[in-house]
Write a protein that binds this ligand. Structure first.
Ligand SMILES: N[C@H](CCC[C@H](N)C(=O)O)C(=O)O
Length: 287
């Protein structure tokens, strides 16, 4: 049995495992326990399963402390980056160390995080529209291109996103169009599909968000790299200007994104839902 904790960042939920514990087959572990029908669950909690497993290797000897984060997704794939995952990793490491500044090492680079009373903020780096970085199967950036019924702008915010601005996110059949855009041939490694609509009734830049995630192969309640992708695409398309704060509202909560020439930040709430023990398969012995 190993000790695990369940965290969520604005509804994007993860099983957190200390990487010092032995999980011989991370892929099999993630596929088994993330399953929304038969995966991890607790009495008195509504959700079964998770959007991924965060394996976190804490390096307390540094100042600020560092965490090597590996996100294994429900389909067994490894995501290079995850905005809400980094925020959960920072909250977990703050709990272990008492530090409020953390450096989270991801496959997309190091992200500095600050843990406050209400929110966890993370520096998200510079979004890229470069076709080699997204990556795209084309030589020029994909800006307002038609794919299926959506008008898509492609941006990498640690992982690739296809962002489409629509009149009302609630009117989009994401279960149908998500897989179609996610698997479009222009994305050789696939893409997360993020739709956004401007909330005209609220002052400032406020967008509703829905994201169909690669690796989860379903819609999630929140996606941090997706929220940053909305702000980056909005800026590129002239929907917002200059250096700005953008409020993004996925189903699971509210995310604040700042975007400027220096880079982006992502902030929002993080909560621990419960801690429990899970059985793991014995490591194979060499006889
Ligand atoms: N939910 C994550 C993104 C995971 C990205 C992953 N689905 C992929 O690109 O394979 C977030 O908060 O940023």
């Amino acid at each position: 049995m190993i000790h695990v904790e369940k965290y969520h960042g604005t509804g994007n939920d993860f099983i957190v495992v200390d990487a010092a514990l032995t999980v011989p087959d991370r892929r099999a572990f993630a596929i088994k326990y993330c399953d929304r029908e038969t995966g991890i669950s607790q009495p008195d909690t509504e959700t079964t399963g998770a959007d991924g497993v965060l394996f976190l290797a804490l390096e307390k000897q540094y100042s600020p402390p560092r965490v090597v984060m590996t996100l294994v997704q429900p389909d067994g794939s490894v995501a290079t980056m995850c905005g809400n995952g980094v925020r959960c990793a920072a909250a977990w490491a703050a709990e272990q160390t008492g530090a409020d500044e953390l450096m989270i090492d991801t496959l997309a680079g190091t992200r500095r995080a600050t843990v406050g009373d209400e929110t966890v903020r993370v520096e998200m780096g510079q979004p890229s529209f470069d076709p080699d970085t997204v990556p795209l199967a084309e030589e020029s950036p994909l800006i307002e291109a038609s794919i299926d019924d959506l008008t898509v702008t492609a941006v990498n915010t640690g992982v690739p996103h296809a962002v489409a601005f629509v009149d009302d996110v609630a009117d989009v059949d994401l279960q149908r169009i998500g897989p179609s855009v996610r698997n479009a041939s222009v994305f050789p490694e696939g893409a997360n599909v993020t739709i956004a609509s401007k909330d005209a009734e609220r002052p400032g830049h406020v967008f509703e968000q829905r994201t169909f995630e690669r690796g989860v192969e379903d819609e999630t309640a929140s996606c941090g790299t997706g929220a940053v992708a909305i702000a980056a695409a909005a800026r590129r398309l002239g929907r917002i200007d200059g250096s700005e704060s953008v409020t993004v509202c996925p189903e699971g909560g509210t995310l604040e994104v700042t975007i400027s020439a220096d880079g982006t930040t992502l902030a929002g709430s993080v909560a621990q839902s419960y801690a429990t023990e899970l059985p793991v398969a014995e490591p194979r012995r060499i006889s």
